[in-house]
Each structure stands twice: as C-alpha cells, then as structure tokens.
Write a protein that binds this ligand. Structure first.
Ligand code: ZN
Length: 297
C-alpha cells in the first residue's frame, strides 16, 4: 500500500496538528523558529518528525512510542517491537498543557511523531533503526532530549525526566521503571526513599488518585526498600539520561496500562497534578533559574 502513504501521512499530521491547536500548544517541530530559544536553534527541524518544546521549569516529558507518521525513505524494522504505544503522544501533550495551567510555566517535552516501525528511540542505536532515514529520526529525538537535559542541568541544577509509555500487560496499572532506583540516584540522595514511594512522590499521588501502582511500596524484602521493579524496570532513555550518569537528571519511566490510556483527558490531568505536586515538594528551585542567555550553548 505504498502509494497510500502520502495521504496517510497527511492525515496523521493533520490530526496531530489539530490536537496541538485544540490544547493551545503551537511549539510542535518549529522550535527552531521560537523567539525564546536561540541557544537551541538547531535541536530539531520540522522534517525530523519530533515534537519539541523548550520549557521554563525543570520538568521534561518524553514520549518515544506514540508516533503515527512513517518516515519518508524508511522501510519497516525487521527486528524488535514496532507496535505503537496507544495515545501516549496525546497524553504527553495534554499533560504538558495541564502542567502549564497548574504551575504557570511550561515544561520541556520531546514527543516522537515518527512511527516506531522506522525507529525506536527507547533502544540503543544498534537496535533502534535499520536504515539512514530511521537513524535520522532517532538522532533528532535524542538531540532534542539531550538539549533539554543539558539545559535543565545548566539552568536549574536538577530536573525530572518522565518517560511516558503504554503497556498492555497489566491494563489497570501504572508501572514504575527506575532500574530499581538507579536512574533517580540524585533524587533519593536528596529526598530519601519517600521522594520515589512516599505520599508526595509522583506514584504516591497517583495512588492517592485511585491508580494501581507497580511496585506498590517497599514490600516485605528489606533488601528492596523501594519495592522490586520486575515487569518494566526502565529502558534505554531513563538508563541513558538518568541521574546515575554524570551528565544525567532524575529519570522515571511511567508505563500506563491500556485501561488508563483510553481515558486520555482524565489520566493526563491526574498525571500532571501528580507531577506538579511532586515538583513543588522535591524540585522547585529555591533560587530563580539562570536566564536562557546564561545557559551554556
Ligand atoms: Zn513504549
């Protein structure tokens, strides 16, 4: 059905643009023209099929598996998962909008518009793509994400990266992935275990809102004070950008069950409110951030 691809691509782009228009976000892909982002002018181009917003608070949303647009010139990957995480791109956008409303400031975000059939941004390069077109999409995603992480470290000293995914294994649950705490090393050192599993943590707030969380609390094993992450314990993105890396920030993978991804507006609101509460408790900078002009290029 190769001859139908341009029409399908146009339809997907139209839907995505409509979503952006509806929620009042206009920062998809033309980040290089944004007047307030001269230091990151080359992070992504419209042709990269990456939706990128430069923020003003140290919250970074990432959604690598929600893209619907086939990359021109690419062929479908023959190994690895190629299935889309349903509705996660939309959830990331709605969460960003809600955070902006609640906190009065914009989070950073990087959202794949390109299909996982062409590139998987949550894999190592040797597993992520099979042709130059897929490679270009993959590298654009990580160029944007790295620019967010580097800028947050320079402006704020710390940040939280929320890597948003969908999962069908436990449809009612939200599954945590931090490589059993390693990708949030800085957060645990600064705020203790409560910063990840306490009542004002991201997952504590989601639990309070009625969601099933896996793992839920510390459990009975004293060797696993955070509870044991065994189903999805954190993929490439949180591993690569997490705070156990010298150039990383605290990074949490959030795997949303299928029952929840189908109620996008409600879940996005609850996720944003949980992130906002966590941010105010554990991350809000005491001092004003450096201006963008002071941030390293
Ligand atoms: Zn995923």
């Amino acid at each position: 059905m190769r001859e139908n691809r341009p029409r399908m691509r146009h339809r997907a782009l139209t839907l995505f643009s409509l979503c952006l228009t509806l929620i009042g976000l206009a920062a998809c892909t033309p980040a290089h023209t944004a007047a307030d982002s001269p230091s990151r002018a080359d992070a992504v181009l419209p042709s990269d099929l990456v939706c990128f917003q430069r923020g003003s608070i140290p919250i970074i949303l990432s959604a690598p598996h929600g893209g619907r647009v086939r990359v021109p010139g690419s062929t479908e990957r023959t190994t690895g998962l190629t299935v889309r995480d349903e509705n996660v791109a939309e959830i990331a956008l709605l969460t960003a909008q809600r955070l902006t409303d609640v906190l009065g400031a914009k989070p950073y975000f990087v959202i794949a518009e390109f299909s996982r059939k062409d590139a998987d941004a949550n894999r190592t390069p040797d597993q992520a793509y099979e042709n130059p077109a897929g490679q270009a999409a993959y590298e654009a995603y990580h160029r944007a994400l790295r620019s967010c992480v580097d800028e947050c470290r320079a402006r704020f000293g710390a940040a939280i990266l929320i890597d948003i995914h969908g999962q069908a294994r436990v449809p009612e649950a939200i599954i945590r992935g931090t490589r059993n705490g390693r990708t949030v090393s800085r957060l645990l050192a600064a705020g203790g275990n409560d910063a990840l599993i306490g009542p004002d943590s991201l997952f504590g707030r989601l639990k309070k809102a009625g969601y099933t969380i896996i793992p839920d609390g510390p459990g009975d094993d004293p060797a696993q004070p955070l509870g044991h992450e065994s189903v999805f314990d954190g993929g490439f993105i949180v591993g690569h950008y997490g705070s156990d890396n010298p150039d990383g920030v605290d990074a949490i993978q959030v795997e949303i069950g299928g029952q929840r991804t189908h109620s996008m507006p409600r879940f996005s609101r609850d996720l944003a409110d949980a992130i906002a509460a966590f941010y105010e408790q554990y991350l809000q900078p005491a001092a004003p951030p450096q201006s963008p002009a002071d941030a390293p290029r």
